[in-house]
Design a protein around this ligand. Sequence first.
Ligand SMILES: Nc1nc2c(ncn2[C@@H]2O[C@H](COP(=O)(O)OP(=O)(O)OP(=O)(O)O)[C@@H](O)[C@H]2O)c(=O)[nH]1
Ligand SMILES: [Mg+2]
Length: 332
Amino acid sequence: MASFVDEVTLTLESGHGGAGAVSFRREKYVPKGGPDGGDGGDGGNVIVRRRENVKTLSHLAGKSSLSAQRGRSGSGRNRHGADGRDLVLDLPPGSVVYDADTAESLADLAEQSSYVLLHGGRGGKGNTHFATSTHQTPRFAQEGLPGRRLRARIEIRLVADVGLVGLPNAGKSSLLSAVSNARPRVGSYPFTTTVPNLGVYRKDRLDVVIADIPGIIEGAAEGHGLGLRFLKHISRTAGLLYLIDLSNPDPVSDVHTLEREISAYGGGLESKPRLLVGNKLDIADPERVAAFRDAFPTDTVLTISVATHQGLRSLGDTLLEAVHGTGNERDT
Ligand SMILES: Nc1nc2c(ncn2[C@@H]2O[C@H](COP(=O)(O)OP(=O)(O)OP(=O)(O)O)[C@@H](O)[C@H]2O)c(=O)[nH]1
Ligand SMILES: [Mg+2]
């Protein structure tokens, strides 16, 4: 199984500028022509670019450094050296680039679709530029300027309104698939989801972006299961949807397990607004369902069945209301 790479650190370098040329015209009957040394090309830039179809940073994993191309030197007959090719890193939406040494954030692809992280060094000017009326045969040209170097840490943070949290097998991916355009893998075994998925629920031209992350288990804070590292992907969400399997022996204690693991993770997740949603109503014992509803009097509690679609509409309205402050505008 390919592992999900959501953080890399590597050294990036923009291209060195090409040198300007020292050259003089040589023509058959002109013994000593004027200067004709062309300029060096600029070094390539380092650019980061948002790409919707890129989901992970695995294409950068294991690389310790990447460089843009150098500018080529200029040459005689005023030929300009070619600019170095840019180094373009295609990153998933929501990637953030930091200076690894100062922790300063340099680019946030949730906000802008591309950034020039490092400009290439300027190419040097050829000797043509240095001829003057008193100095008609300049024997010097400029060197190109060096490129810049950065130790960069690139991190993915998914940008979602609502994060789905739940124990493995609760039906998170099934729910995302039922209410959104996303088609995550669904399986009747725990840890079907190993990489986060995003989907968009849309109604009345309003969007709610939902993130499905791998299941959380008891002890996740100590590294059990897939751990809690995926929780950072829901750190920017407006709220959390706790999805609980009502056919489990003790759905109420499942909520407490999630609460414990989420507060152990911290980072503000524990104080986000939450919506408690019991799933698999179609196969749950009605008494257990009632007990679940009663156990959380201060929460909004919904019960649904992704399998039969029961309750999905009112769940959608609740999400719209939570994210946009507008639900289903019904006459009362
Ligand atoms: N009976 C019933 N089964 C459901 C319902 N929703 C989901 N399932 C089943 O529950 C199993 C787990 O569903 P997933 O969507 O993969 O669960 P998940 O929470 O994403 O699981 P992980 O990715 O492993 O954390 C699958 O076999 C689904 O078909 C439901 O409403 N009723
Ligand atoms: Mg899943």
